[in-house]
Design a protein around this ligand. Structure first.
Ligand code: B3K
Ligand code: ZN
Length: 844
């Protein structure tokens, strides 16, 4: 496999004016007939004509009507072409049925579907498969399936065929085709300029009842993008299709979004509140790509964050507007730390805009997506809301229809604000999470905060320059009143001091409010005001953060020094739980302890090797102490979570249910699962059923509930995914591997289905103490399955191999065991380039 460098970018030799494709569908012998109008690119530096193509069999090719014999290699075709516009035609054969990699055209439960991002179109036909070649596509599908879909607008159809035309030039990665026995859940939307758009969610027969929520989310997204960004939809029709076998969450193909069925199908009986929220966010995300990704796309794959960071940022704004902004921020930061900080701290660290890759599919990472979104949040914080809105208008106006770059994006902000963003650009170029250390001083009414920033070395980047950090700070008086409302300090140097004068007394600082920059804040040099901030901070994020850092420090000292739970922390936590002026959703977040993996990282940062069993035990011990401290309040608080209305996944109800579930979890530790069993028996929605079953699993009173749950939901694959995942995720450390072994033998396990594979092996990797068993059985089991899966589906294998990325934090024995498994994977004959790259990077 070859490394590709950003610095090697050259413009395409030929551009495409139009593409006509005819598909004659057949499971193992689909014919694709293409007619592509090329013209030399005046900006090109070469005249070499090369079309990508992999696993496609060339039947014939013509140029301007005359048959030609191109030089065929495993990655494409090369030939001599006129130095003037010409038409290339070809017929190829492909085999969707045997395409288990789920990239290109493949089959899922008898239905044809595609996944082309990033480089899947080359598995469909010969084409310049790069995002800076944009063209207008016309597609004819011939097949016996009742529903035949492609991008754009339908233009004609008859018995066994349909034609589609997409007027918007697009790169090949946005091409899509679906053919199957599907039913539509239809609706419509009128855009801001009065245009009617037909909407459909297509599903397999039997799933019709699970589309209503997704459809509402789609309409809400369309309206929100008009209201907030002024962006209107641009075709007569917008289709979504649910597919059971899919490597990721969903895909933003122009006018034809394809979704993993787990990210669109929902009903109160089968989906949890968390599922509903995730579905709403993903539908919004894919829809928002229509402007940030499709109308304006990426020049090359190094610019991936241009569309992904921005679109994640936009979907988080949407969720904040529809639900609770503080709750969304806290969960985003939790996710950022759990996935992106982890990546940034280990062998897989890379810049938001990488400068090299082997397999681009390995770069759909938390860094590109989530850190990419944080960078946009910082930019907005620095320039202000009004300038951000102006800059975005200019971005859409200036770059509509283009495949562009991060440079162009930043120039839009420079032109709008007159700011020089060259230092800010380091956020795109430097990997690693900056560490921000703070100390304070107070003298004669002047309070100063002194900050130092340092970004540790990451692979290929030993030295880092200072970055621009927006640090939101507020000051509080000892009685909890605000003496300085939030201000954003702009730190640009390695060391910098900020002063607040005319104060009556020494204030208490609340630093990095709203998590205003994705950094690790070290406050060890400040007086420990966390109990005070947990009680009084007016910034919800920092209020939560104070409790989290207290819990984390306590857990670390329990693990490393045998400390016992601290009464002042427990009291403060109970106060928050009892404070009815706070949103129940916030109280749930405040009561949630850091997960084992976070504690392991925190232990590692003290210089010790984390002991997974000790971490598990400490967390269990602290949970029990919290349960005991809360016990008197539990009846009243649980009663306050009762809902007397029909189930709805709205912020209000979700908040109550999630707080109620946290309380039930604590109660189960005291009543042996009695209340949880009662809730399980009477539950009428999946959230109540699942959360109570989880409580029973954790106190190991789950036998009857587990089989009831299976019996009730055996026919529903999405619920059965939960059943697989929960049993392994909640298994005690000594039983997790055995449970995972047993479930991989279960008749419902399927290595070819990414959802089921992730539910099973992903849950094993997520059971920290179970996966890290000292005997190495967890490592071996995951490696065995990764090796098996690699021959079937390299993308999902490579992605899941990241479970090993934290291996260097553990003791020498565990490191040896993991290294042996990584070496064994690497030594597998015919290992895919995807997995070879990932495992190689993890090992180095
Ligand atoms: N753009 C797709 C992800 C494609 C992943 C390719 N391996 C979904 C999204 O980000 O919206
Ligand atoms: Zn996206």
């Amino acid at each position: 496999p070859q490394t590709i460098y950003l610095s090697d970018y050259t413009p395409p030799a030929y551009l495409v004016d139009s593409v006509h494709l005819t598909f004659q569908l057949a499971p193992t012998a689909t014919r694709v007939i293409s007619k592509i109008a090329f013209r030399p690119n005046p900006e090109a530096t070469s005249r070499e004509f090369f079309l990508n193509g992999e696993q496609v069999e060339l039947i014939w090719a013509k140029i301007d009507g005359a048959e030609v014999a191109p030089a065929v290699s495993p990655d494409g075709v090369r030939m001599d072409v006129p130095d003037a516009p010409f038409v290339f035609e070809a017929e190829v054969e492909i085999s969707p049925q045997t395409n288990t990699a789920l990239e290109g055209l493949y089959m899922s439960n008898g239905m044809y579907c595609t996944q082309c991002e990033a480089e899947g179109f080359r598995k469909i036909t010969f084409y310049p498969d790069r995002p800076d070649v944009m063209s207008v596509f016309t597609v004819r599908i011939e097949g016996a399936e009742p529903v035949l879909l492609s991008n754009g607008n339908p233009t004609a159809q008859g018995d066994g065929w349909a034609e589609w035309h997409d007027p918007w030039p697009k790169p090949a990665y946005l091409f899509a085709l679906v053919a199957g026995d599907l039913v539509a859940h239809p609706d419509q939307f009128q855009t801001m300029s009065g245009k009617d758009v037909e909407l459909n969610i297509y599903v397999r027969p039997g799933d019709e009842g699970k589309c209503a929520f997704g459809m509402e989310a789609l309409k809400a997204s369309m309206k929100w993008d008009e209201d907030v960004y002024g962006r209107e939809y641009d075709l007569d029709i917008f289709n979504i299709v649910a597919v059971d076998d899919f490597n990721m969450g969903a895909m933003e193909n122009k006018g034809l979004n394809i979704f993993n069925s787990s990210c669109v199908l929902a009903s109160p009986e089968t989906s949890t509140d968390g599922n509903f929220e995730r579905i709403e966010a993903i539908i919004a995300h894919e829809y928002f790509h229509n402007w940030t990704g499709n109308r304006i796309t990426c020049r090359d794959w190094f610019q991936l964050c241009l569309k992904e960071g921005l679109t994640v940022y936009r979907d988080s704004q949407f969720t904040s507007d529809l639900r609770s902004a503080p709750v969304k921020r806290i969960s985003d930061v939790n996710d950022l730390r759990g996935r992106q900080f982890r990546e940034d701290a280990g062998p897989l660290a890379h810049p938001v805009r990488p400068d090299s890759f082997v397999e681009i599919n390995n770069f759909y990472t938390a860094t590109i997506y989530e850190k990419g979104a944080e960078v946009i949040g910082m930019l907005k914080r620095l320039v202000g809301d009004a300038a951000y809105a102006k800059a975005l208008d200019l971005y859409f106006e200036r770059h509509d229809g283009e495949a562009t770059t991060i440079e162009a994006w930043l120039t839009v902000f420079e032109d709008t604000t007159g700011r020089d963003l060259s230092q800010f650009k380091r956020w795109y170029e430097q990997a690693g999470t900056p560490r921000l250390t703070v100390s304070e001083s107070y003298e004669a009414g002047t309070y100063s905060l002194h900050f130092t920033q340092m970004t540790p070395p990451t692979p290929g980047q030993p030295d880092k320059a200072p970055q621009v950090l927006p640090i939101a700070v507020g000051l509080l008086a000892e009685d909890g009143t605000a003496v300085q409302p939030t201000v954003v300090l702009e730190m640009t140097k390695q060391e910098q001091r900020f002063k607040f004068s005319n104060l009556e007394s020494k204030p208490i600082a609340s630093i990095l409010r709203e998590f205003s920059a994705p950094v690790i804040l070290d406050t060890a040099a400040l007086p420990d005001n966390r109990v005070f901030l947990l009680a009084h901070d007016t910034d919800p994020f920092n209020k939560w953060e104070a409790g989290q850092t207290l819990a984390k420090d306590l857990l670390v000292s329990m693990v490393t020094e045998g400390a016992t739970p601290d009464q002042s922390f427990l009291n403060a936590l109970v106060e928050v739980a009892r404070d009815d002026s706070l949103d129940p959703a916030f109280r749930e977040l405040a009561l949630s302890l850091p997960i084992d993996d976070d504690i392991a990282q925190a232990v590692f940062e003290t210089g010790a090797a984390p002991d997974p069993d000790a971490i598990f035990t400490a967390r269990e011990t602290l949970k029990l102490s919290i349960a005991e401290a809360l016990s008197d309040s539990l009846p009243r608080l649980m009663a306050s979570c009762q809902i007397d209305a029909a189930y709805a996944p709205d912020a209000d109800q979700v908040g109550k249910r999630s707080f109620g579930a946290a309380l039930l979890n604590y109660l189960s530790l005291l009543d042996g699962g009695k209340a949880a069993q009662a809730q399980f028996d009477s539950a009428t929605d999946m959230t109540q059923q699942f959360t109570s079953w989880l409580c029973l699993l954790r106190v190991e009173k789950d036998a009857a509930a587990t089989s009831d749950f299976y019996g009730q939901w055996q026919h529903d694959r999405l619920v059965i995914d939960k059943w697989f995942g929960a049993r392994i995720g909640a298994a005690s450390p000594d039983k997790a591997v055995a449970m995972a072994q047993a479930l991989t033998q279960h008749p419902d396990f399927a290595v070819t289905n990414p959802n089921r594979f992730r539910a099973t092996l992903g849950a094993l990797a997520g059971n920290h103490a179970g996966f890290h068993r000292a005997d190495g059985s967890g490592y071996q089991m995951l490696a065995d399955w990764l090796i098996t899966l690699d021959a079937i589906n390299p993308q999902t294998t490579a992605r899941m191999s990241a479970a090993f990325q934290t291996w260097k934090r553990y003791d020498a024995d565990r490191q040896g065991l993991i290294a042996a498994q990584l070496e064994r994977i690497l030594a597998t004959p015919d290992l895919s380039p995807d997995t070879t790259e990932m495992v190689g990077r993890i090992l180095n």
